[in-house]
Design a protein around this ligand. Structure first.
Ligand code: ARG
Length: 582
């Protein structure tokens, strides 16, 4: 469906042309004075300069030419604005089309295109901590938003499964159990299927080993183990596989509670096989050059305002680094999936890293000139006091703990307010807690830092996830009391609250599209907050279930039903859903 702004701009352009002026002056915008009008056109002011006459004269002449059936108000006002209000019949027809079209008539501008969203960034064998919340939540929302617009979407977690943490665990394990066959280089038999450690062992082994990094002998061992693992030492690969087998289900479990799901669970290790040929090729084509013993890809550009240092491809000790792996991953993605776009969601402090990698990918032809590469760098989540989030003993808070704290807080409310039967407390709590957590995050612009405040995020009133859920649940309960409502047509607005609600409904497409184009899910939050406000206002000011005029009532029901469907679709994009009762 065409957007309202485009429809009325076309009408306005025609009116300018019909009045004898250049049509391009007919651009219409959403009014910045909603008390005066809904839409406005300021074109007469610019036209006046070209035609050397009074703007109001042009505005009057153009207003004359507009079709009165489309507008309930057409006003030319000094010095030369054209103020507009949509007619009831226009709005009714437009909403009826939205109601009956798939996905509210929003145009599928991503159809035929593939996007890879790289988000989450979990590291194997290290527990997820609060720093992993934002990339998971924002990435999932952006992926779902692209899917809504028709993109073929591939979410890839890009696991950190190849780094020093693996060497640390291997080295620690060797100190504890040196007799295991994995450490015997002469061993040629089959390694045990069962891992020599459990998940809770692993959760203890890694931090213990990590704390020993300052011991040079141990650190050396861990580095050697990492190197040998990457070179393919058989026993170490077997330990690595055990770690993966134990760690992945646990990561999946936590991502599941966040309703975050990946199409691909590829990791740094999967990019590894691509590295040797890629490096050889870059060297051979002279794109990689030697600098102080390391191979680097110079990526500075003339227009740079800040210095962009070369991307390090191979360190002087011969090892590949984070950037090498990311470049090789791009190669793999282009070969396997040929995406049109790649979007990375990580902490914004990785911005330079991605700038270097993207440039190296472009320069070397690993991506096409038109492949869109975007880094969505997010800010930090701080504690309610605005200070960095720490546990009482100064450690990093586990993500699971954070989710648990929010869940406990919400559960207490659900129980206290006797919202649902005992058997439904957990399911309802989980939905409300997830909405509180995700909306609390997503309602902030991704690049900004924000403070995590359980009480504020979980409040049932105000600009919160639970408030949006509450609005949906309220409408659902009215609809349930009314009965079959799905096929009731939209009617002309019966009062100003209905009209405001209808106007809010028409903005769903533009709001989602702006969120898509700027990679800002917060624009979806702002939109649904406005829509939920319009729903609640309408509900308060209008008798719905007690309305005696059945035809009028059917129109009310159809309208709130459409609003509810839009709210539900939007929260689905944001990555949460509403319970039945609240
Ligand atoms: N594992 C990385 C980290 O913990 C994040 C990975 C982000 N994605 C990427 N393609 N580099 O910082």
């Amino acid at each position: 469906m065409k957007k309202i702004l485009d429809i009325i701009t076309a009408k306005m352009e025609k009116a300018f042309a019909d009045a004898g002026y250049d049509a391009t002056f007919g651009r219409v915008t959403v009014s910045n004075r909603p008390d005066l009008c809904e839409y406005q056109c300021n074109g007469a002011l610019s036209a006046a300069k070209q035609y050397k006459c009074a703007p109001i004269a042009i505005a009057n002449a153009v207003a004359e030419k507009l079709d009165a059936a489309d507008f309930s108000m057409i006003e030319a006002v000094m010095p030369g604005f054209i103020n507009l209000k949509l007619s009831d019949s226009f709005l009714q027809a437009y909403l009826e089309e939205m109601r009956t079209a798939p996905d509210f008539g929003v145009e599928k501008i991503g159809a035929g295109q593939t996007i890879v969203v790289d988000y989450g960034g979990a590291n194997v064998a290290k527990p997820l901590h609060i720093g992993h919340l934002r990339p998971a939540i924002i990435g999932e929302a952006l992926k779902r938003l692209h899917k809504f617009f028709g993109y073929n979407t591939i979410g890839d977690i890009h696991l950190g499964d190849w780094g020093l943490q693996m060497g640390l665990i291997i080295a620690e394990l060797q100190e504890r159990q040196p007799d295991l066959p994995y450490f015997d280089e002469a061993f040629t038999g089959e390694y045990p299927a069962e891992a020599p450690f459990t998940l809770s062992d692993l959760e203890e082994i890694y931090p213990t080993a990590s704390a020993k990094k300052s011991d040079p002998t141990f650190a050396e061992k861990a580095h050697t183990a990492t190197f040998e693992l990457q070179q393919g030492r058989r026993g170490y690969r077997a330990i690595w596989q055990h770690i993966m087998n134990i760690s992945l289900p646990d990561l999946k479990r936590i991502y599941d509670t966040l309703d975050v799901h990946y199409e691909k669970w590829l990791g740094e290790s999967d990019a590894d096989p691509y590295i040797p040929d890629m490096v050889a090729d870059l060297k051979q084509r002279g794109l990689a050059v030697l600098s102080e013993g390391a191979w680097v890809v110079p990526v500075a550009e003339e227009a740079d305002k800040k210095e962009v240092p070369p991307m390090i491809l191979v360190k002087s000790d011969g090892s590949a680094i984070y950037a090498t792996t990311d470049l090789a991953t791009i190669l793999q993605r282009m070969q396997d999936w040929a995406p049109d776009k790649m979007l990375y969601v990580t902490d914004k402090r990785q911005n330079l890293h991605f700038e270097q990698v993207f440039r190296a990918a472009k320069k070397s032809g690993i991506i096409k000139a038109e492949t869109q590469m975007e880094h969505v760098g997010h800010g930090t989540m701080n504690g309610a006091d605005g200070k960095p989030f720490k546990t009482r003993d100064g450690g990093v808070l586990r993500l699971e703990q954070l989710i648990g704290d929010m869940t406990d807080f919400v559960r207490a409310k659900v129980v206290e307010n006797k919202i649902v039967d005992d058997s439904e407390v957990e399911a309802t709590t989980a939905k409300i807690a997830l909405a509180a957590l995700k909306y609390g995050d997503l309602s902030n612009q991704p690049t900004k830092d924000y403070n995590f405040d359980i009480e504020r995020f979980a409040a049932f009133e105000g600009n919160t996830g639970p408030y949006i859920l509450y609005t949906i649940v309220r409408v659902k309960s009215i609809l349930a009391k009314y009965g079959a409502w799905e096929n009731l047509p939209i009617q002309a607005p019966a009062n100003i609250y209905a009209k405001d609600l209808m106007l809010a409904i028409t903005k769903v497409g533009p709001a989602l599209e702006s969120a898509l184009k700027t990679s800002c899910p917060n624009l979806i939050c702002a939109y649904i907050y406005e829509l939920a406000g319009a729903v609640n206002k309408f509900y308060h000011e209008t008798r719905i279930l007690t309305e005696e005029d059945k035809a009028l009532q059917a129109g009310y029901i159809s309208l709130i039903g459409l609003a509810k469907n839009i709210l539900e679709s939007c929260i689905d994009i944001l990555g949460f859903s509403a319970p039945e009762k609240m």
